[in-house]
Design a protein around this ligand. Structure first.
Ligand SMILES: [Mg+2]
Length: 432
């Protein structure tokens, strides 16, 4: 039959060398390995490759998801029958499935915990609807700052350093109000004018829309609500606008239930003692710009530690050479002591050699990570190995044109210790 078919046939073989499905059933935990192996797994050592050779069929072997994607593309262009063999292992497969089960259980527990707060069963008849949006308003705010934002590359007139944005007020039909903030930074693509134009349009579309109980579950619920209820493509909304709208909606839902923002997202349970502690103290990392002498910067760091910060990030690579940056880091570490977490961000401004020089000069400073140390993306992993220092990614993810989750495989390296970019989380949320 295989040979008489007109079109080329592609066969995908998941070769786990035996009856691995039994390893996923409760019987696997209750049966001796010897019995499992002999009567259930019935392992085989048949070579799929040699079988293919014997029948003159093209064989492609793959071990990773990327290799599988490549093999599927290759097989399309072959124009002949083809077998793609995915190498698998019974134990790894069982571990993977148990991890999936664990996360699925956690997600269900979390969802039922949130929904149970709203007495959802009473509302099922009206499609899990909470309330309608009555109206939305926005107002401009402007706050004078005492220092320019670290994202700024322009020299500011100190009297004109301010932060501005919009405060959104979202009113539900029952009178509950939620507030959100939309305030793009100057490094964002959208300006305040763009934002205002989009807000006017969205306010018009959102008036009268029903909010649903699934929104506090996050994951893809906001994307789904925006698309299904508003008929708008999620990707057409500016990130800063979406952030402000989500904030206002969740806040309004919390207000309607006389609850707090945090308790709507992570409802307290009787067994969850840590939540109340967490709600009273959210840890924030302080950020210091790279101006000033080592002792001036160290004094700013001490002030921040006295204010309660336990982690500080310092911008580097904006001074004349890495030696000066290293001198600042050395002084800060000396003054704040070993307990404070220190991170640095070079924003890809160093050459490979400059980054190495900096790394060698701060080896004793116990940096939590260096964010984007080098200009050339292909040098990142080499830098991790040669410097031995932990590295974090930001621009590398932000500037990747496609879905950044796809490129993470490339950076699955013990030297890459953190992902700072917001883009990865946006994608995680929209993919979920
Ligand atoms: Mg950064």
């Amino acid at each position: 039959m295989f040979r008489t078919m007109q079109k080329p046939i592609l066969i995908l073989v998941i070769n786990n060398h035996g009856g691995a499905i039994f390893s996923l059933l409760p019987i696997a935990n209750r049966t001796e390995p010897r019995v499992l192996n002999q009567y259930f797994y019935t392992a085989h050592d048949i070579s799929i490759e040699k079988l293919c050779m014997a029948h003159g069929v093209k064989h492609l072997a793959v071990k990773t998801k990327t290799e599988l994607e490549d093999a599927l593309v290759t097989s399309k262009h072959l124009g002949t029958d083809c077998v793609i063999e995915v190498e698998s292992c019974i134990d790894e497969n069982a571990t993977f499935h148990s991890t999936l089960r664990k996360f699925a259980c956690q997600a269900v527990d979390h969802a039922s915990n949130i929904l149970s707060r709203f007495s959802v069963p009473d509302s099922i008849s009206c499609g899990l609807s909470i309330s309608k949006i009555h109206k939305l308003e926005y107002s401009l705010y402007r706050i004078q700052l005492c220092a320019p934002p670290t994202s700024s590359s322009v020299k500011h007139d100190r009297s004109k350093i301010y932060r501005e944005g919009f405060i959104l007020s979202l009113y539900l039909e029952d009178g509950s109000v939620g507030y959100g903030e939309v305030a793009p930074l100057e490094i964002h693509e959208e300006t305040l004018l763009d934002v205002e134009e989009q807000l006017r349009f969205l306010f018009h579309v959102m008036k009268g829309a029903n909010l649903t109980y699934s929104l506090p579950l996050l994951k893809g619920s906001f994307s789904s609500w925006i698309w299904k209820k508003l008929g708008i493509s999620v990707r057409s909304i500016f990130p800063s606008v979406r952030c402000g709208l989500e904030m206002a909606i969740l806040h309004a839902i919390a207000a309607r239930h006389n609850s707090s923002f945090l308790n709507i997202l992570y409802p307290k349970t009787e067994t969850d003692e840590g939540i109340s502690k967490r709600s009273s103290s959210v840890k924030i990392c302080a950020l210091i710009d790279s101006t000033g002498t080592p002792s001036e910067v160290a004094n700013i760091a001490i002030t921040l530690v006295e204010e309660g910060f336990t982690a500080i990030k310092l911008k580097v690579a904006r001074r004349a050479d890495p030696f000066q940056d290293a001198a600042v880091i050395q002084e800060v570490r000396k003054k704040v002591g070993p307990q404070i977490e220190l991170r640095v961000d070079a924003n890809r401004k160093w050459s490979y050699e400059e980054a190495l020089e900096f790394g060698s000069l701060v080896k004793n400073c116990d940096l939590q990570y260096i964010e984007e140390p080098v200009q050339v993306e292909d040098d990142i992993l080499k830098y991790c190995e040669e410097s031995g220092l932990p590295v974090a990614l930001d621009e590398t993810i932000d500037k990747f044109p496609g879905n950044p989750l796809k490129m993470l495989e490339k950076y699955a390296n013990p030297g890459i210790v953190a992902l700072v970019s917001g883009k990865i989380f946006n994608n995680l949320i929209s993919e979920a």
